[in-house]
Design a protein around this ligand. Structure first.
Ligand code: AMP
Length: 215
C-alpha cells in the first residue's frame, strides 16, 4: 500500500521524476490558483477533478526539462478518457507507456490506512492511528504541533474515493493488461519489500515488451 510513497521510491530507483496529479492539484490549491479553486470541491468530495484540468497540469509538467528522460506517473490516468489522452500526449512528445503498476489492496485495508492517516502541518511527518501512531495522541513527536487529517481522508470521503475508483479507474487494469503493459503487485507488507516487488514487476513487463519488439 501507499502508492505515493512507493511511486516516490520507485522514481528514485529509476532516476526519473515522480509526477503525481494529486500533489500537483494540492499545490495548485495551496497557492490558490484558478486550477486549485476549480479542483477543491471535487477533491473534498472524493470525486475526480475534470479531465481538462488534470490534462493541462500533466501536459505542463511533462514538458519540463527533467521529464525528458522519462517519469513515474502517480494517480494518473484515473479513467478511460485520461488514458486515451495520455497515449496521444506521449505520442506527441515521442514517448510511450512502458509499464503500468496496479498496487492491490483490500477495501478494508485502504479504509484503515487512509482514514487513519494524520500529518504534521509543520514538518509534514505522516502518522497512522492504527499502524504508526504518534507517542501522544493527535500531537507530532518531532515538534508537538497538532496533527491534521487531509480533508479527503475523512472516512465517508474515502468510501466515495473507493467507489469512484471501482467505477472509473479499475477498468484501466483491463485496458493496460490487453496491451501487455500491466504489472500486478500485492500492496500488503513492508515498504522496502513492496518497492522491490514493483521494480521486479516493471522490469518483467519491460523485458516482455522488448522481446515482442525484437525481430
Ligand atoms: P491522490 O493524491 O492521487 O489520492 O489524489 C487526491 C485527489 O485528487 C483525488 O481524490 C481526486 O479528487 C484528485 N485527482 C488526483 N489525480 C486525479 C486525476 N488523474 N484525475 C482526476 N482527479 C484526480
Amino acid at each position: 500500500m501507499g502508492k505515493g510513497t512507493q511511486a516516490v521510491r520507485v522514481a528514485g530507483r529509476f532516476g526519473v521524476p515522480h509526477v503525481s496529479t494529486g500533489d500537483l492539484l494540492r499545490a495548485a490549491l495551496a497557492s490558490r490558483t484558478e486550477i486549485g479553486l476549480t479542483a477543491k470541491k471535487f477533491m473534498e468530495a472524493g470525486e475526480l477533478v475534470p479531465d481538462s484540468v488534470v490534462l493541462d497540469l500533466i501536459r505542463g509538467r511533462l514538458g519540463e526539462p527533467d521529464a525528458a528522460g522519462g517519469f513515474i506517473l502517480d494517480g494518473f490516468p484515473r479513467n478511460a478518457a485520461q488514458a486515451e489522452s495520455l497515449g496521444v500526449l506521449l505520442e506527441e512528445i515521442g514517448g510511450a507507456v512502458e509499464a503500468v503498476v496496479a498496487l492491490e489492496a483490500s477495501d478494508e485495508a485502504l479504509i484503515a490506512r487512509l482514514s487513519g492517516r494524520f500529518s504534521c502541518p509543520a514538518c509534514n511527518r505522516v502518522y497512522n492511528v492504527h499502524s504508526n501512531p504518534p507517542r501522544r495522541s493527535g500531537v507530532c513527536d518531532e515538534d508537538s504541533s497538532e496533527l491534521l487529517q487531509r480533508s479527503d481522508d475523512a472516512e465517508d470521503v474515502v468510501r466515495n474515493r473507493l467507489r469512484v475508483y471501482r467505477e472509473q479507474t479499475e477498468p484501466l487494469i483491463a485496458y493496460y493488461d490487453a496491451r501487455g503493459l500491466l504489472a500486478r503487485v500485492a500492496g500488503a507488507g513492508e515498504v522496502g519489500e513492496i518497492t522491490l516487488r514493483i521494480e521486479r514487476a516493471v522490469e518483467e513487463v519491460r523485458d516482455r515488451g522488448s522481446d515482442a519488439a525484437a525481430p
